[in-house]
Design a protein around this ligand. Structure first.
Ligand SMILES: Nc1ncnc2c1ncn2[C@@H]1O[C@H](COP(=O)(O)OP(=O)(O)OP(=O)(O)O)[C@@H](O)[C@H]1O
Ligand SMILES: [Mg+2]
Length: 498
């Protein structure tokens, strides 16, 4: 065991977790103290979520010892962990969608009081106090399901605080947030620390990791490979520790103006979402669409794939018009769409990994009505291998994969269909730095093979690394186009903000 600070709130010693055949965590020591923020970093599948699940009592360690607040636990259940002050903000936030903000925040404080009705005044008082503690203002009466993601997350944090959290754990809390919302969240983390609350968070965005945490713990293949004060790391050393190598980012190849137009979008209009959208996508081109959350970038992406129905306009693939608002014809014509939110939109969670790749393509592997499992596994397996999906068995449920690997499964599904146009909404959300540059390499390769690619993202370095041309959207309108020597981070940020 490493050095343990005297005031440590949580001490995990020699924690190992085996899932039949997979060593998800290998003899890991971990501590966190009051008022300290620890960031767990590591490549996809390195064991970050597993560590958190064990601490939360959701999964049982195969071996190891856990001490919380001076008490040693042989086994930890979610209830024991919560009673010890450990609160996890899960990715779906686990809120009650049909209850108000106040009721959600104060919910657990009202349990066990054997009241049939909530005391509304009391509930509002508790909720108000907790919101003040994090310094945000959300209307207490609003029904939670109508809130934007960022506010749902804040409500979940407040709920944890209201039930006396001593440690708040957040797994990839900023993936769905805009830059402004991220900075609000980071401020809240700072306030919590001042209050003596400990924080563990997992993030693939290295800049924010270094900004807000005292300590960084790096996992690789289930082992702790490095830890230390955040101030002793920079993005390059974090990356090197995570991957064991230096990761270089290629730059996009120059555009070929003579390449034929592949996708032609004319006067596309959807009330309240976007208007007057005109652009062409050339063969082999990677076109970026950037804009802040709410700029209309996601509805536009969905409309190109038929998931949102525009009232007016035209989309042509080659010389064929595509019926608007019909994903099946869009897919049949050769348009592919990788959604941003893999958990709710991209995956069939009850199905195996291989089925998730091959869904919609089963007819290619049929002979006289019988499914040829061998060819199905071969084709899907090839793509899974190419995208380095980390699993011992592609027949296992997709839920046994780590978050980043699930994202690659969605990507594999579309690539295995050989699309003509591929729309990638946040292609590397939740993907570690090493794999991110691999995904960028794949984007380059695909473009070289003649596919037209649209990358939708608010991750500026990602857009710069992949796109030859970037459209800037604001309030549903394309306000600018950046290309050539104007493609720099400063210039893009300036045009997005102006
Ligand atoms: N229920 C399960 N059954 C089998 N294997 C699992 C299960 N849950 C996780 N694993 C495996 O354990 C390893 C660690 O997964 P974990 O989810 O902890 O990774 P992670 O570091 O959170 O990655 P990511 O950044 O992609 O979210 C992976 O190889 C994963 O496939
Ligand atoms: Mg994870």
């Amino acid at each position: 065991m490493d050095f343990v600070p005297e005031n440590a709130l949580v001490i995990m010693e020699g924690v190992t977790k085996n899932y039949d055949g997979v060593v998800a965590l290998d003899n890991v020591d971990f501590t966190v103290s009051p008022g300290e923020a620890v960031c767990l970093v590591g490549e996809n599948g390195s064991g970050k979520s597993t560590l958190i699940k064990i601490l939360a009592g959701v999964e049982q360690a195969t071996s190891g010892r856990i001490t919380i607040g001076g008490k040693v636990y042989d086994t930890l259940s979610p209830r024991l962990s919560a009673a010890a002050g450990v609160m996890v903000i899960f990715q779906d936030f686990s809120l009650f969608p049909n209850l108000s903000v106040a009721e959600n925040i104060a919910f657990s404080t009202q349990l066990g009081k054997n009241r049939r009705l909530f005391n509304k005044k009391h509930v509002y008082e508790i909720a108000r106090k907790t919101l003040d503690r994090v310094g945000v203002d959300i209307d207490l009466g609003t029904i939670v399901e109508t809130l934007p993601v960022a506010h749902k997350q804040l409500v979940a944090i407040c709920r944890a605080l209201a039930s006396n959290a001593r440690l708040i754990i957040m797994d990839e809390p900023t993936t769905a947030l805009t830059e402004r919302e991220v900075s609000i969240l980071l401020d809240i983390i700072r306030r919590l620390k001042k209050d003596g609350v400990a924080v563990i968070f997992v993030s693939h965005k290295l800049a924010e990791v270094l900004e807000v945490s005292e300590k960084v713990v790096i996992l690789r293949n289930g082992k702790k490979v490095a830890q230390g004060p955040a101030s002793t790391f920079d993005a390059a050393s974090l990356t090197r520790n995570m991957t064991g190598r230096d990761v270089a980012e290629a730059s996009p190849r120059p555009i070929d103006p003579s390449a034929p137009v592949l996708l032609h979008v004319k006067d596309l209009h959807k009330e309240g979402a976007f208007e007057n959208i005109n652009f062409d996508l050339h063969e082999g081109e990677v076109l970026g669409v950037s804009g802040l959350l709410g700029s209309g970038r996601t509805p536009l992406a969905k409309a190109l794939f038929g998931l949102v129905v525009p009232e007016k306009g035209m989309i042509k693939l080659g010389d064929k018009s595509i019926v608007l608002g019909d994903p099946l014809t869009a897919a049949a014509a050769g348009i592919g769409y990788v959604p941003e939110d893999r958990l709710t939109e991209g995956l069939f969670l009850t199905q195996s990994i291989v089925r998730n790749v091959s869904i919609g393509r089963l007819d290619n592997h049929q002979n006289a009505g019988l499914l040829n499992m061998k060819s199905l596994f071969r084709e899907s397996g090839d793509w899974l291998k190419r995208l380095k999906v980390k699993t011992p068995d592609i027949g296992s449920p997709v839920t046994s994969l780590s978050g980043g690997n699930q994202q690659r499964v969605v990507l594999s599904r579309w690539l295995s269909r050989a699309p003509k146009v591929l729309i990638l909404n946040g292609p590397s959300v939740g993907v570690d730095v090493g794999s991110k540059s691999e995904i960028h390499d794949i984007i380059h390769e695909l473009a070289l093979s003649g596919i037209g690619i649209i990358v939708i993202s608010d991750d500026l370095p990602e857009l710069l690394a992949t796109c030859q041309r970037i459209l800037v959207m604001k309030s549903g309108v394309i306000t600018d186009e950046v290309s050539g020597k104007n493609i720099t981070e400063d210039e893009l940020a300036r045009r997005m903000a102006s």
